[in-house]
Ligand binder design. Structure first.
Ligand code: GLV
Length: 391
């Protein structure tokens, strides 16, 4: 694939013939979608999805850290049958790869969250809808059956939160994914330079009726100003209890990076933990999620499932996360970029490629089921040397 062949096309959602010919070239991994999306999307929109906070050290590290973990494959095991299925919060899914919440998906493609919901359902996996979707909980539910989670930002006005959670329950969402790393928005410098704003024809549909569906123009990132105005900076562990008191849905806390917080999360009765650094968009110089994962898993003493979000681009990444104790992973940017390039078909292909890569990784490592993936199938840089050991 050569992205050089693609003409820059500044007009939203139109395609040049060169772009079409590039699209016909075979995409063989999910990273290729990002280059194509960059060519296709207006700069403000691509930058919003792509960027991390400040120096973007964690953004790079989310990927680089995976490459420092190596395999210890086992051989001569009959891998003629491989089972990737798993169960998350009691729901059986086709693979341990789920869709993370990403905001404002109609900026990427007119079908936005509708396409994501359909692609996830077709692949037999879970989609998480962002609070800041450009489609509402009811609209996403109208796409048909599928197991879906709802990501929640807690607004200062708790009536808004209560109403929204009730609407998500009624629309059939199965869990609340509570984002806990965003008392203020991280400093994403391209959004500041671009004066990021939601395009005129779109709104944060869950908040339309409340007059909170638009981002106002500011001298800053429009989203940073919106967060400063609406999101509750005082959010604390007591609010997890409050959330539990207003909904029977299980709560996953998303944004845990330390053993200390993992222990409090377990004591607070959450249903699960998502180890996440918000796609490296909040605090820069936090570790890659694949590095933070193991201490969180250990701290939970396996009392709740732990999931990983951040930097997953390959089936090998998924395998490494499972070997370090994750019960599954969530993918964000690969969904947005494949959506931008090819709508629902793009996301389906992304999910299929990651599925097939994970299956192949398992076969080549001698694992026939997810339960057979162990810590001994990988070597991490923080492991003690094996030479001379009795293992
Ligand atoms: C939304 O959650 C964002 O981080 O931009």
């Amino acid at each position: 694939m050569s992205v050089d062949l693609i003409a820059l096309n500044p007009i939203f959602n139109t395609r040049s013939s060169k772009f079409d010919s590039a699209r016909k070239m075979e995409i063989t991994n999910v990273m290729e979608y990002e280059a194509l999306a960059k060519e296709k999307l207006p700069k403000m929109i691509y930058d919003y999805y792509a960027s991390g906070a400040e120096d973007q050290w964690t953004l790079k590290e989310n990927r680089n850290a995976f490459s420092r973990i190596l395999f210890r494959p086992r051989i001569l095991i009959d891998v003629s049958k491989i089972d990737l299925t798993t169960t998350v919060l009691g729901f059986k899914i086709s693979m341990p790869i789920m869709i993370a919440p990403t905001a404002m998906q109609k900026m990427a493609h007119p079908d936005g969250e509708y396409a994501t919901a359909r692609a996830a359902a077709a692949a037999g996996t879970i989609m998480t809808l962002s609070s800041w979707g450009t489609s509402s909980v009811e609209e996403v539910a109208s796409t048909g059956p599928g197991v879906r989670f709802f990501q929640l930002y807690v607004y200062k006005d708790r009536n808004i939160v209560t109403q929204l959670v009730k609407r998500a329950e009624k629309a059939g969402f199965k869990a609340i994914v509570l984002t806990v790393d965003t008392p203020r928005l991280g400093r994403r410098e391209s959004d500041i330079k671009n004066r990021f704003i939601l395009p005129q024809n779109l709104s944060l549909r869950n908040f339309d009726g409340l007059n909170l569906g638009k981002l106002d123009k500011t001298d800053d990132s429009g989203l940073a100003s919106y967060v400063a105005g609406q999101v509750d900076r005082s959010l604390s562990w007591k609010d997890v209890k409050w959330l539990q008191s207003i909904t029977p849905l299980p709560i996953l806390v998303k944004g845990v990076l330390t053993a200390e917080d993992a222990r409090i999360a377990v004591q607070s009765g959450v249903a699960g933990i998502i180890v996440s650094n918000h796609g490296a968009r909040q605090l820069d110089y936090v570790p890659a999620t694949i590095v933070a994962l193991e201490e969180v898993v250990e701290a939970t003493q396996r009392r709740v499932p732990v999931f990983l979000d951040g930097g997953v681009r390959r089936g090998t990444d998924v395998f490494k996360a499972l070997a370090l104790g994750a019960s599954g992973v969530f993918i964000g940017r690969p969904v947005v970029f494949s959506l931008a390039v090819d709508g629902e078909a793009g996301i389906r292909k992304t999910l299929q490629m990651l599925h097939d890569e994970l299956e192949l990784t398992m076969a080549l490592s001698g694992c026939r089921s997810l339960a057979e993936i162990t810590r001994n199938h990988i070597a991490a840089p923080w492991d003690p040397p094996r030479v001379g050991s009795k293992l």
